[in-house]
Every structure is written in C-alpha cells, then in structure tokens.
Design a protein around this ligand. Sequence first.
Ligand code: SF4
Length: 309
Amino acid sequence: MNNPYPYSNDNKRYQTINYYFRNTYHQKVAKIPLNAGFTCPNRDGTKGSGGCTFCSSMGSGDSILCFDDSLQKQYQEGLKRMQNKWPDCIGFAYFQSYSNTYAPLETLKKVYDPFFKNPDIPGVAIATRADCLNDEIIDYLNSQNKEVWLELGLQSVHEGTMEKCNRKHSTKIVFDWLDKLKSTNIKTCVHIINGLPNESKSDMLETVKQISKHPIDAIKIHMLHLIEGTQMAKEYKEHPFHILTLEEYVDIVVDQLELLPQEIIIERLTGDGIAKDLIEPKWTIKKTIVTNEIDKLMVKRNTWQGKNV
Ligand code: SF4
C-alpha cells in the first residue's frame, strides 16, 4: 500500500523528527541530553514542593549549576556515543532535565552561550515550564544565530487532572506562550501524557484538539509511566486506577495523530522510563514494539497524521 502521508520517506504516516532533521541538515542529527543542574519552582517551594506527582526526582540533582567544562564534557561524551552508531552524526544540545530557564538571565547566558557560540552545534533545545519564561529570556534566545527550540510541559489541557497532578500552573499560560512565541524564530514543542488518572479517551483527544489550535512546531506524546518513589505511584498503590493497555494506547495515539495538522513534527510517541524503577505499564519498555503497533494500526486503518483535521 502506498504511503499517502507527504512528510515521510519511509513507512511512517506521521512526520518524525528524523525526517525533519534529514530534510533540514541533510545528515543525521541527534539530540544530546544534558543536565545543567537546574531545579524547578514546583520542587524548591516557590510554586510547590514535591513536584508534579508523576515526576521522578531523577535529575533534579543537587541544583548546582554545571558550567563550561562539565557540560561540554556531557555533550562530547553524548555525541561520541551517538557517533558510534552514526559516524557522521551532528548533535543538538538538548537541555532536558527539569526547568532549564529557571534562573536569572546572566546565569542562563553562562550555561547557553558556549553552545550558541560553538559552530559545530546546529541547534539548542531547552525543556522548561511556561511559568519560567519571560520577555528578557525570549529576547536572548531569539537573538541567537542558530535553531532554538523551547519544549513546554503541558501534559493535559484539563485543569482538574493537572490540579490533582500538582502541576501548579495553568493550561492558559502554556497556550499564551505558544501564541506569543509564534512571532519569534524560536520553535516550540509541547509535551503531553496519555493515561493520566481518571482521563477518558475523549479527554486525551480533547487535549490534542486544543493544542492544534495553537501554532506549535512539534509535539511529544508519552504514555504515563508510574515510577517507584513518585507521589503518583504511592497514590496508585493505595487506590489503583486504570492503566492503559498497549492496545488502548495505540488506538488513542492513532486518533490523536489524525487530529494533528500534517506539518507538526511528532518528536516522540513513547517515553523513556528507567526499567528498574517502572511500576506500570511494563509494555512501555519495548519502545520499538509500541511504535511498530502504531505504524501497523495506521496502515490497517489506512490513515495518516492530519487525516481528520
Ligand atoms: S514534571 Fe517538570 S514541572 Fe513538574 S516537577 Fe518535574 S520538572 Fe518540575
């Protein structure tokens, strides 16, 4: 069967980040995860303490910021690992852990300037909370002469769900920043989680429908991971809630892909839980099986990203 989806050069019926990078840089690009030692206002008591109930303490570290040497070392070692697999690969610096704009601008400059100034690094991706942005930070990021991405955690548009998850900011603030960032050169990616407690399939589809009304460049869709030691894991042990099966997750994701405009990059359809700490669902450990099942269902339904926009 021919693949009717236009932004793909393989069997994928949605736009992968690999497709985007290959088209933009004409070579393999990998995102090199970095931990600069930031913390999060939902952990240090400013907005809340204990963090979002699903968030593990991994990577919150000691909140000692890493500058120059140690960050450069993390980057070089990460790139080397990628180049063992793809020798010609170049690396985006990906500030993944916690809220990577949660510091004064002068501190952020010390962290980011060496990466912005390095001609071998094609771009920088920064994961953060929408309530850790301000105009000064945006002006700084927007003035860089390379690709800059901001990844914002949303998880769900439903305030009731997110109050119970202790997110401690509103959906509106995420959408307001996404709209505002459209007038800059900064690209945006939103993170969502399927399978949050008490959310129905229609709630999860509604999250994607509402996101689609905003000018995003990419989305990461994750399955909820119940991680040992988190507040949500504790709540689950006391009052178990439904955990999506692989079949349910795949069905929901395919419906969500149909609702997302064709130009949006689908950066992820699986999460990266650490197997030894993962309580549920165990099927998420085999990421290739999850993505294969999504591909298979899309072929079976003869559907593609954006079909129902
Ligand atoms: S998920 Fe993000 S915002 Fe929530 S506690 Fe963890 S780092 Fe902070």
